[in-house]
Design a protein around this ligand. Structure first.
Ligand code: ZN
Length: 281
């Protein structure tokens, strides 16, 4: 529609600037966390059934691990501050700080006004994957969560086991609150084990079969008291389709580990963000 200006090529040729350089994002002490993890003892586990979700709680200073069991399976993870559900995982800001996919040493950040690390990734057995020839990578913070509203918009369907509904049911069950009260707390997820990217030519969000295999895991350190919910996505390994019962689906295992006292030398649960919230008024 619009004729390019005479300096169009020069404008396109300007080099990009990284919005949030890695060396300015506060970094965790991974060596200390990994030492503490080696001494930690398992305190509990939750098995998430296929096409369903389960909640779990992790006290600040403990670890939780999400493991693929039985077969390749993708998980949609929500995190809340256990004491205040309005503080929850902020996928968009996490993406701005760390990029489109997360791995060891990176964090899941919470919503405004807290904006603090909720969980730090300590170990990722899929860190070898990197970026494939299509631009795909694992554990994204670019997707939202599969949901019944988009399905209804696009095809008129009424499917009840999308991650959005699974997360809503699990939160309602865990807190013994009505579905309508639980649903607004459900938020955009960390897509655990999911392999995604954007097509180079059209910029469209794509998914492909996850490289995850039984035994692979993603392990986190809880920076604050956490309530989590994990949905074993109806997309299974996300090699074909979402929002139906067509794909092969498998359970996911969540385990919690507590380190001995004194193992977290120098660590303190992070305070809420220091901005004074006066907004120039
Ligand atoms: Zn899903």
């Amino acid at each position: 529609m619009t004729t390019p200006p005479p300096d169009a090529a020069a404008r396109r040729a300007i080099a990009p600037v990284i919005c949030y350089p890695n060396d300015t994002v506060p970094a965790p002490d991974l060596n200390m966390l990994r030492r503490a993890r080696r001494q930690a003892a398992k305190t509990g586990e939750t098995l998430v059934p296929p096409r369903d979700a389960r909640c779990f709680e992790v006290p600040a200073g403990q670890f939780f691990r999400i493991t693929s069991v039985e077969g390749p399976q993708v998980g949609d993870l929500n995190l809340w501050n256990r004491a205040n559900l309005s503080e929850r995982f902020y996928s968009g800001k996490t993406r701005a700080l760390h990029g489109t996919h997360l791995t060891s040493g990176e964090r899941m950040w919470s919503s405004f006004p807290a904006l603090r690390p909720m969980a730090t990734i300590v170990t990722d057995t899929l860190d070898w994957y990197g970026k494939d020839e299509f631009g795909g990578a694992v554990h994204d913070v670019i997707g939202t969560r599969c949901d019944p509203y988009t399905g209804n918009l696009l095809s008129g369907s009424q499917y009840h086991h999308c991650c959005h509904s699974n997360l809503t049911r699990s939160l309602a069950d865990h807190l013994s609150i009505p579905l309508e009260e639980a649903e607004p707390f459900v938020h955009d997820v960390l897509n655990v084990f999911m392999c995604t990217g954007f097509t180079r030519d059209t910029g469209q969000y794509f998914m492909k079969a996850s490289p995850v295999r039984p035994g692979d895991y993603l392990e986190f350190f809880a920076e604050i008291d956490l309530l989590g919910s994990l949905s074993a996505c109806p997309g299974g390994d996300c090699s074909s389709e979402h929002s139906s019962d067509v794909a092969a689906c498998h359970p996911l295992l969540v385990e919690v580990f507590a380190p001995p006292s004194g193992a977290l030398e120098g660590w303190e649960s992070p305070p809420v963000n220091g901005y004074d919230r006066s907004h120039g008024a």
